[in-house]
Design a protein around this ligand. Structure first.
Ligand code: UT7
Length: 310
C-alpha cells in the first residue's frame, strides 16, 4: 500500500508576544476573564503568512532528513494568504528553494486536515514526498477594538513532511471532511475586512461538529476512542476542547493543548499542537492519533493516523 508517513515536523511563531494585559489597554477586557473563558494567557502576532510558513516548512524538512529535491508538492493551508494572487504556497516554495508543485487550501481552521487528506490521496495516486503546512497571520485581519475576536486570534505555523512509502498499512486510517455553508454568516471576513464572529453560536456548533466528525472518522476505521493515544484538536478555546473531549469520553491527559501561549492560529493550530505534542514525547510508534478541527464555513475535518515515529 502506498502511503504518506509523517517524517518531520516543524513550527514557527512571530517574536512579538501579545499578553492578556496588553489587550486590556486596547479593548474592554481583562486577564482573569480571558483565562477563565478561553484558557489563553498570551499569543504571538506579526509577520506575513509566507514568512512563518517558510520557517515551519524548513524546520520540518530538516528534521525529516529527506533531500529537499525529493519534495514534489507544497500544500499550504491558509485563510490569510500574502496576496490574493499568486498562491502563497508558490512564494513559500520559491523561498525554500524547492522545485515542486504548490497550491493553497482554504478551509479556515479545518484547512490543515483538508490539506493533509488531499496530500495523502495524491501520494496514494503515485506522487512522491509532500510538504503540508498550516499557517495563518490572523492579526492582519483582527480588529483589536473588538473584544469578541481580539482575545482569541493570533499568528503561527506548523508543518509536516509526508514521505511516500510502500508499507502493509496506510498511515492515514480514515478521515471525515464536512462543511455547512448555510452557517457562513457566523464567522467571516470580507476581502480587505476584519474577522466578524458570533462567538456564542460558533461555540455551540463547534462542540457538536467536533464530536460528530471525530466519531465519523473513528467509525470509518472501526476504532474505539479508548484505543486512541492522543487527540489533537483545533486550539480555539480551552472550554470547547474540554467539552468536546468530555462528550467523546476522552480524558484531558490524552488531549494535546497548547492554546495557553499561542491562542487560536486557525490553519496553524493543529500542526503546531501536533509538533509540540511530539516534542513532549506524547506519541510513540504505533500509537493512534486523531486530529479534529472546525472553523469558518462552517467547516470541520478529522483524520485518524497511525503514528510512525517521526
Ligand atoms: O476557530 C474557530 C473560531 N472561533 C471560536 O471557536 C470561538 C467560539 N466562541 C468562543 O470562544 C466564546 O464564545 C468567546 C470567547 C468568543 C466568548 O465567550 P462566551 O463565554 O461565549 O462569552 P459571552 O459572549 O456569552 O459573554 C459572557 C459575558 C457577557 O457579559 P454579561 O452579559 O454576562 O454581563 C459579555 O459581555 O462576558 C462578557 N464578555 C467579555 N468580558 C470581558 C464577552 N467578551 C468579553 C471579553 N472580556 N473579551
Amino acid at each position: 500500500m502506498r502511503t504518506g508517513v509523517i517524517k518531520g515536523l516543524g513550527s514557527a511563531l512571530p517574536d512579538q508576544i501579545l499578553t492578556n494585559h496588553d489587550l486590556e489597554a486596547m479593548t474592554d477586557t481583562n486577564d482573569a476573564w480571558i483565562v477563565d473563558r478561553t484558557g489563553i494567557r498570551e499569543r504571538r502576532v506579526g509577520g506575513m503568512t509566507s514568512e512563518l510558513a517558510v520557517r515551519a516548512g524548513r524546520q520540518a524538512i530538516e528534521r525529516s532528513g529527506l533531500d529537499p529535491a525529493s519534495i514534489e508538492l507544497v500544500v499550504l493551508a491558509t485563510t490569510t494568504p500574502d496576496q490574493t494572487v499568486p498562491a502563497t504556497a508558490s512564494t513559500v516554495q520559491a523561498q525554500l528553494g524547492l522545485r515542486s508543485g504548490a497550491f493553497d487550501v482554504n478551509a479556515a481552521c479545518s484547512g490543515f486536515i483538508y490539506g493533509l487528506v488531499a496530500a495523502q490521496a495524491m501520494i496514494s495516486m503515485g506522487m512522491g514526498n509532500i510538504l503540508v503546512i498550516g499557517c495563518d497571520s490572523l492579526s492582519r485581519i483582527t480588529d483589536y477594538h473588538d473584544r469578541g475576536t481580539a482575545i482569541l486570534f493570533a499568528d503561527g505555523a506548523g508543518a509536516v513532511v509526508l514521505e511516500a512509502r510502500e508499507q502493509p498499512e496506510a498511515s492515514l486510517l480514515s478521515w471525515n471532511l464536512g462543511s455547512d455553508g448555510t452557517a457562513a454568516g457566523i464567522l467571516y471576513a470580507d476581502i480587505g475586512g476584519v474577522l466578524v464572529m458570533e462567538g456564542r453560536e460558533v461555540f455551540r456548533r463547534a462542540v457538536r461538529v467536533m464530536v460528530d466528525s471525530a466519531r465519523a472518522a473513528l467509525d470509518a476505521a472501526g476504532i474505539d476512542i479508548a484505543d486512541v493515544a492522543l487527540v489533537v484538536p483545533h486550539q480555539a478555546n480551552l472550554r470547547i476542547i474540554e467539552s468536546a473531549a468530555s462528550k467523546l469520553g476522552v480524558d484531558m491527559q490524552r488531549v494535546a493543548v497548547n492554546i495557553e501561549r499561542v491562542g487560536n492560529t486557525s490553519s496553524g493550530s493543529i500542526p503546531m499542537a501536533l509538533t509540540d505534542a511530539v516534542g513532549k514525547g506524547q506519541l510513540s510508534p504505533g500509537d493512534l492519533v486523531l486530529l479534529v478541527g472546525f472553523g469558518a464555513g462552517m467547516s470541520w475535518a478529522s483524520a485518524l493516523l497511525r503514528w510512525d515515529g517521526a
